[in-house]
Design a protein around this ligand. Structure first.
Ligand code: SAM
Ligand code: SF4
Length: 329
């Protein structure tokens, strides 16, 4: 397994299969369509599978498919089937806004997908549409049910919390976990991309989110939902599901970071907050063999920075120029 320069084991790949999205969430994308990468720059299925094999041979065992919205990539079930057969990949998960899940969940499960995280920021239909700018709450809720019915479990619900956007809904989201096996994860807003949305006023600190989530008890490790990320897990007493918290700014998650990202156009990004990456598409299309590609991956992992630089940006409002949908958030 690869280790970075700070002795962190890195075995988790967030694999973006598209920078396109059928929604435009206010904190993630600007209202007008961002400048998408040209279609010719997007990795093909064959290229993605080849790079996944290089990562697997470098010791990566977990892949999360993300985007943009991964379900808008044509032929995704077939790509998932191929990724699920890459030797060494033990866990294959996907992050989605859920809009297309009602029609695709069963097919994705059959193809080899293990589990899904579904982004959902409001349980109020009108507010949902204001936050996501497109889309419909009932479709996403149908998607949640389809994921549960198809066995894409544990199903996690990702809720980005922002003041004045949905901070009054923390108790309602926490209540979702009481009678259903749903795992709600509250995510602190991050200063990513020139969306015009992030501000110190909108940012809600982890301790405030936790205080509003109601009585919580720690979940013992054996009962935690499968996952490899930075969430800390709790549950409401007697609840079927759990409540997790992901905080980039209040409690930096960098010390235990185990991941890198591959953009849909083939750039390996060693840190969520990095402004540069390692191009793998050029060498791949230029005929580089696996040994060369694996050497590039190892060098990028070695150069992984110790941590992000988001804290300073909370005050001075400067943004990482890349949008989350371009990085594969
Ligand atoms: N479209 C899929 C989705 O929405 O789940 C996958 C891609 S999306 C970029 C991945 C995750 O990043 C989502 O959970 C989203 O809420 C989160 N995200 C996007 N922008 C963010 C921001 N500025 N701060 C915190 N989380 C953000
Ligand atoms: Fe699209 Fe996901 Fe970003 Fe929302 S958070 S705009 S669904 S990529």
């Amino acid at each position: 397994m690869l280790r970075d320069g700070f002795n962190r084991a890195v075995d988790y790949l967030r694999l973006s299969v598209t920078d396109r999205c059928n929604l435009r969430c206010v904190y993630c994308m600007p209202e007008s369509a961002p400048r998408y990468a040209p279609g010719a720059d997007m990795l093909t299925d064959d290229e993605i599978v080849e790079l996944a094999a290089c990562f697997a041979q470098s010791g990566f065992s977990k892949i999360r498919i993300t985007g943009g919205e991964p379900l808008v990539r044509p032929g995704l079930p077939s790509l998932i089937g191929r990724l699920s057969r890459v030797p060494g990949i033990a866990d294959l998960a996907l992050s989605t806004n859920g809009m297309l899940l009602p029609d695709m969940a069963a097919e994705l499960k059959k193809a080899g997908l293990k589990r899904v995280n579904i982004s959902l920021d409001s349980l109020d239909p009108a507010r949902f549409s204001r936050i996501a700018r497109f889309g419909a709450l009932d479709k996403v809720l149908e998607g949640v049910e389809a994921a549960l019915d198809s066995g894409l479990t544990p199903v996690k619900i990702n809720v980005v919390v922002a003041r004045g956007m949905n901070d009054d809904e923390i108790p309602a989201f926490a209540a979702l976990t009481r009678s259903r096996p749903l795992h709600v994860r509250f995510i602190e807003l991050m200063p990513m991309g020139e969306t015009g949305f992030f501000s110190e006023e909108r940012w809600v600190a982890l301790r405030e989110i936790m205080a509003n989530a109601g009585p919580l008890e720690a979940v013992p490790p054996k009962d935690r939902p499968l996952g490899h990320g930075p969430a800390r897990y709790y549950r409401a007493p007697g609840a079927l599901g759990s409540i997790g918290f992901i905080s980039a700014l209040s409690c930096g998650f960098c010390a235990s970071c185990n991941r890198v990202r591959l953009s849909s156009s083939g750039t390996l990004i060693a840190c969520l907050d990095a402004t540069r990456g390692t191009d793998l598409r050029g060498p791949l299309r230029g005929g580089a063999n696996r040994a060369r590609l694996k050497a590039l991956i190892a060098a990028a992992v070695r150069g992984k920075p110790e941590g992000h630089a988001m804290d300073g940006r909370l005050k001075n409002r400067s943004m990482n120029p890349r949008l989350m949908c371009q990085i594969g958030g």
